[in-house]
Design a protein around this ligand. Structure first.
Ligand SMILES: Cc1cc2nc3c(=O)[nH]c(=O)nc-3n(C[C@H](O)[C@H](O)[C@H](O)COP(=O)(O)O)c2cc1C
Length: 295
């Protein structure tokens, strides 16, 4: 499993655990679960405790779903340690000292602690390794269509370049998800020019993609086409860019074409040009104050 996918799985599992703990604490708060053996009339209200703990774990679940920030995971881990230590510290004053719900919660918290420690200690692939240390990571999704492989080669060249700046997912359009991850900074979409425009699988995906995943997402379109004048060749990229924009994406560059011969084979130097184009876009996406890229 690629490292970034692994991190996402761990984050989502941890979010599930945190959400589960939140539900149990809320049920304790509303006294639908009893954890102390006291006459109900003598028992202090569990509501403030249940709401505070349930709210904290719910917040944790939301943060785990939306962000990947080491400081958050360190603070979350410390919170678990504190909760586990306090549980055992007050056990002698509790009656019963230990019962199944409390122990179950501590097991959930212990697993959550391991997950948070893993997230905090393992370097994220999303952290920049080739870029400037102060630059934020740029996480990219590239979706491409291809008939004879050239657009795939272009997409891979872009991906190889961008992996130095952050996490990269590359999808062939037929298998591309219609929901994009929350934490991507750049979406690149490209395909071959056929009959002056884009191919059917690309049209289908652009109709299928959830507009909520595209809203305000920095994006750019590319294509491969013959080295004819643009008026004769047409360009899939301009159609892709138009659809992306119509569906809410924020275009940060003019559509770009990479040239193929009649064979079709990429013209010499086009993969390098594709890599340089992608890097330029990642720099714009990583620093929104910079100007969009115009040809
Ligand atoms: C059915 C078909 C129609 C095509 N129409 C065009 C066209 O209108 N303009 C153009 O520049 N190239 C056209 N081409 C060439 C493709 O753009 C070229 O084969 C493609 O960029 C190669 O990319 P791929 O290997 O990713 O499929 C066409 C190719 C095919 C197979």
């Amino acid at each position: 499993m690629p490292g970034d996918t692994g991190r996402r799985v761990v984050r989502y599992l941890a979010a599930l655990l945190s959400g589960g703990a939140a539900v149990v604490y809320l049920l304790i708060g509303f006294e639908m679960i009893r954890v102390v053996d006291v006459n109900p009339s003598d028992m202090p209200s569990m509501l403030p405790f249940g709401l505070a703990a349930g709210g904290a774990f719910l917040l944790g679940a939301v943060l785990l779903l939306l962000f990947d920030r080491r400081l958050l995971w360190i603070l979350g881990g410390l919170f678990q340690v504190m909760a586990i230590v306090m549980y055992f510290a007050v056990a002698p004053q509790r009656d019963p000292s230990f019962e199944p719900w409390g122990i179950g919660l501590k097991v959930i918290q212990a697993v959550l602690l391991v997950a948070l420690a893993w997230l905090a200690l393992r370097p994220s692939q999303a952290s920049p390794c080739g870029g400037h240390p102060e630059d934020p990571a740029v996480n990219t999704v590239i979706v491409y269509a291809t008939r004879t492989g050239n657009t795939g080669t272009v997409a891979e060249a872009m991906g190889a370049e961008l992996r130095a700046l952050g996490a990269v997912e590359i999808h062939a359009v037929e298998a591309a998800p219609s929901l994009l991850p929350h934490d991507i900074d750049l979406l690149l979409v490209g395909g071959p020019t056929e009959g002056h425009g884009m191919t059917e699988p690309m049209k289908d995906w652009l109709l299928r993609i959830d507009p909520a995943s595209l809203r305000e997402r920095p994006a750019a379109a590319f294509d491969t086409r013959l080295t004819w004048p643009r008026l004769l060749s047409g360009s899939a990229a301009s159609g892709i860019a138009r659809r992306l924009e119509e569906r809410g994406a924020r275009l940060i560059a003019d559509p770009e074409s990479f040239m193929v011969t009649m064979k079709p084979e990429l013209v010499a130097g086009e993969t390098e040009r594709a890599a340089a184009w992608a890097r330029q876009l990642a720099e714009v996406a990583g620093q929104p104050s910079r100007n969009p890229v115009h040809a």
